[in-house]
Design a protein around this ligand. Structure first.
Ligand code: R5P
Length: 295
């Protein structure tokens, strides 16, 4: 122990200088614990308040989808341009080098493939998510589907674990064949996720009334890209979603199935972080395409 007589007297108390009181930059999360906010700050950029997540978890239900046959060849080169990676634990361990040091939104529920109707989804082990240093736990929630109660129970359980260990929960709204992707349905599904403890919600954009979906969801919403669209249309989709209150995108096929995935990811970043218009972002895409004159 140092001799107390030799200690320098504390004097820098900043008397009269108020301690900073700063609201957290993401909506609805002011009262969350430090670990949740730290991980959300890794996923979202505090300067723009937005995120570009790269989703390549499709194989866990679809097998080797187009563009995901070889994750090492198609996805790993995209990693530097993404804010967060969304994938299964199998692909994370086998294909993603740990030293890329990106936040991971881990697929935390599983159970059914495209060969079957959705049924008895289970959860992964929370210890495994912690071992993998996940930044978020992504849970599929099937509102209005036959297994609604099971998937909501999975969300509730995950949010409880998340609260215990400081891990954000991402509620992923599933849209079955029988459910309509309109603002009324997406608004209900997103709100139910938030009410049951999701830290943020992943849902789909819809052409009419999407601003009501984001307004009525008390936590941030990110949108999935959905099926592959022409590149300019996908940029327009991202633009409209952000313009109408989304906090980011969690895009897969419209990135890794694009003619030039790196150029596409850069263009999506332009929309999400720099508020480029669809035309400006499409110009950026063409400019960045490998083989373009300015490349
Ligand atoms: C979600 O449930 C899927 O597993 C994907 O993560 C999600 O649909 C995003 O990918 P995409 O932009 O291709 O729809």
């Amino acid at each position: 122990m140092p001799d107390s007589d030799e200690n320098k007297d504390a004097a820098s108390y900043g008397i009269g200088v108020p301690a900073p009181r700063k609201a957290f930059f993401l909506k609805g999360l002011d009262h969350m614990d430090w670990g949740i906010k730290d991980r959300m700050s890794r996923i979202f950029d505090s300067r723009s308040g937005h995120t570009v997540m790269l989703a390549f978890d499709h194989g866990y239900i679809m097998g080797p989808t187009s563009g995901l046959e070889r994750i090492d060849l198609s996805i790993v080169p995209l990693v530097p341009y993404a804010d967060c990676l969304m994938c299964s634990r199998g692909v994370l361990r086998s294909c993603i080098p740990p030293d890329v040091n990106k936040p991971i939104s881990l697929r935390f529920s599983a159970g059914t493939t495209v060969l079957n109707e959705l049924n008895d989804e289970c959860l992964l082990d929370i210890e495994d998510a912690i071992r993998l240093n996940a930044s978020a736990l992504a849970i599929m929630v099937s509102i209005g589907g036959q297994y609604e109660a099971k998937t909501v129970a999975n969300l509730v359980r995950t949010a409880d674990w998340g609260a215990r260990y400081g891990l954000p929960t991402l509620g992923v709204t599933a849209v079955g064949k029988e459910l309509t992707r309109d603002a009324r349905y997406l608004g209900l599904a997103s709100r139910v996720c938030a009410e049951n403890g999701a830290t943020f919600v992943k849902t789909y954009y819809c052409d009419s009334g999407f601003e009501t979906v984001t307004a009525a969801c008390p936590v941030p919403i990110v949108i999935a890209g959905g099926k592959k669209l022409p590149e300019r249309d996908a940029l327009e989709l991202a633009y409209r979603a952000i313009d109408q209150g989304a906090a980011g995108v969690d895009m897969g096929r419209n990135v890794f199935q694009a003619a030039d995935p790196i150029a596409m990811l850069k263009a999506v970043r332009g929309v999400v972080h720099d508020r480029l218009t669809p035309d400006q972002a499409y110009d950026l895409y063409r400019d960045q395409q490998s083989g373009s004159p300015s490349e």
